[in-house]
Write a protein that binds this ligand. Sequence first.
Ligand SMILES: *Cc1c(COP(=O)(O)O)cnc(C)c1O
Length: 420
Amino acid sequence: MTDRLSAATSTAGHNRHDTLIPRPRIQPVSPVERLLLGPGPTSVHPRVLGATAAPTVSHIDPIFISIMEEVKELLRYAFQTENAFTVPISGPGSAAMEASFVNLLEPGDKVIICRNGVFGNRMVQIAERCRAVVVAIDDEWGEPVDPEKLRQALQAHPDSKVVAFVHAETSTGVLSDAEALSALAREAGCLTIVDTVTSLVGVPLFIDAWGIDVAYSGSQKCLSCPPGLSPTTFSKAAIDRIRARQTPAQSWFLDVGLLLSYWSDDSRVYHHTAPVNAIYGLREALLMVAEEELPAAWSRHSLHQRALSVGLEALGLELLVAERYRLAPLTTVRIPANIADKTVRAHLLDRFGIEIGAGLGPLAGKVWRIGLMGKNSASTSVLRCLEALNAVLIELGADLAQGIAVERAESLYRSNAGSR
Ligand SMILES: *Cc1c(COP(=O)(O)O)cnc(C)c1O
């Protein structure tokens, strides 16, 4: 292959070789193994990566159709639901967030959105673009959604049709009481949209028992898959609402009516080309969840979060969130005074191969977000993180009780022997 078109093919006009944009000469950067302890993506299990390397079949191949059915069944287990429409949407978590709102809301519909972080705020922005009437109720960043405020808002706005909130606010590390909030919405006759991106598999979540209508997640959090798919579930009541719409959903790609036909087990109407290999990976991750079983996954995430917390506190660091609202898959810790946020994160990444997350919005520069999600919810991640953080902070002159962090975490593990 020559870089330039030969004289023979070089004719007049746009085919002339002197108009060819030269081929790029790049030195491709290779990804290296990192310990991903940020807000997502988390490290991907080798079994999942291996599964994505299986031969690509067509999305209409009977083999793939069987795999889709398996994925639906496995997702129903992960979400604890019998909802027929339980599928991975092709796109990151934000795509499923958008799908939830554009399908349930019509222009002029009133929606109450509980906002206590970045993702609640995004819900407001999406709902506004649906030209819905948004009633936003706010709680402090670092606090859970207050059910009492929702109760009052439902009373003040009896014409509300939908209530939306984030179960696990990854921007702050707070878990809200999805069961209580959903019950209030239900009593008031509202459908619920619940962001379970970081809670799915990481903390107890019962879509049917809690009466949640629409929930969505992301492949790259506690499922330990590569980013790009967003598991979603819609209740029968939500599907009925969509079928009764006066106006078509504003998004063609995310129209659940169309996706229903694509994912249905009998008539599969072409909608888009599913990301076949990514779905192999998701199936593998979901098989692993089923093998471990949900209660074991939930207690594993809780144990390692507690070990990380005692370790961070032993370093003299302060956690943002009160113990009872702490989110097992993600811990927010205050950055000590006089310590440069970016320098610490850069040292952790460059020297220890560990990524932790920065603060967002009002918490930018004030906290770090340390994720222990899926595969990385493990004692090895906790101990490596504490050790590295200890070393970097001491080096940067922080006044810390050196060395005891790992010891405290180890001691918590010893008293929970058998569960690591
Ligand atoms: C990560 C996250 C999202 C967005 O997911 P993307 O895959 O980044 O689009 C939404 N909600 C919450 C709570 C998240 O943690």
